[in-house]
Ligand binder design. Structure first.
Ligand SMILES: [Zn+2]
Length: 302
């Protein structure tokens, strides 16, 4: 009798251990935290930090432009069902307030750029905040920490998972940051001045020692005037700027025109505000940096 009850106790312990192990391993699809992110870069970071405890969707698809985006009723429905919303902030998502109201969203809002030291730019005598803070990898670590803290608030049981995933990602970010510094450091300083369509690389330039000149300013919403264009063409010739770079989120025609009028070469396509599709060269936040630095150094070390 005694040995039988001992066997039973052992069996029960096995059941509990087995069940706990299963729970720790994966979360049922129905139990995942619904996370909506505004654009693909935030989507990648939320997926990395959230792991299999979250189901992440992204409003502005890869290669899409978050500046000029127009949300649809389907976006409102998706957001209405979510528990967590991750936005960039710094004025990037001008369409978000209206979408949030239309959706009836009542969940947790994570502002990924919280704590970033914002860069300000003077555009037509107007002081504007530059929203592209993710283009400095050290800011990317702040994004990761903010996403981690917001996910813990939404799902306290996932704290250990989110903390470990965020720590791993921060280590990876530091590795890529060192690679970027090393690669850019090998370029002669006089070649580190280039043209892109819109001013998405102010934080990149400040962090890694590069100057980006952009006819469209910090948003893709405004077209440059003929006067702006003439000034940039004069500057390219006077300063012997070696290359212009296209962006995955902007119309290439403007830069092709500038290149043909100045003789500057087209150095390739940079990923500025959006990742590529999964089969492209920049499907993740870190791949985006690796791809951009490869494009820059290949064109500028010639
Ligand atoms: Zn932009």
């Amino acid at each position: 009798m005694r040995s039988q009850s001992k066997m039973l106790r052992i069996f029960v312990v096995f059941l509990i251990v087995g069940f706990t192990a299963l729970c720790g391993k994966s979360v049922d699809a129905a139990d995942k935290i619904e996370v909506v992110t505004t654009f693909s870069i935030l989507g990648d970071l939320a997926r990395e930090v959230g792991g299999d405890r979250v189901a992440v969707t992204t409003i502005v698809a890869p290669n899409g432009d978050a500046h000029t985006f127009h949300p649809t009723p389907a976006d409102a429905r998706r957001l209405g069902n979510a528990k967590v919303l991750v936005i960039n902030g710094l004025g990037l998502e001008g369409w978000m307030a209206r979408l949030q109201e239309a959706s009836g969203f009542r969940g947790i809002v994570i502002t990924a750029s919280k704590g970033v030291k914002p860069l300000e730019m003077l555009e037509h005598a107007q002081k504007l905040t530059d929203p592209h803070a993710w283009q400095n990898l050290q800011n990317g670590k702040l994004y990761v920490a903010n996403i981690r803290d917001g996910l813990i608030a939404a799902d306290p049981d996932g704290k250990a998972t989110f903390t470990a995933n965020a720590a791993n990602l921060a280590t990876e970010i530091d590795k890529v940051d060192a690679e970027v510094r090393d690669s850019i450091g090998k370029l002669p300083p006089e070649r580190r001045k280039i043209i892109t369509t819109h001013d998405a690389f102010g934080y990149f330039g400040a962090a890694y020692g590069f100057e980006f000149i952009a006819p469209e300013g910090i948003s893709t919403e405004s077209e440059p005037s003929a006067k702006d264009l003439a000034r940039i063409i004069r500057q390219i010739k006077a300063e012997r700027i070696p290359a212009v770079f296209l962006e995955n989120v902007t119309d290439p025609r403007l830069l092709k025109q500038i290149a043909s009028e100045t003789g500057a070469v087209i150095g390739g396509t940079l990923f500025s505000d959006s990742l590529s599709n999964p089969d492209g060269p920049a499907p993740t936040y870190l791949d985006m940096f690796r791809s951009n630095v490869r494009t820059l150094t290949t064109a500028l070390s010639k």
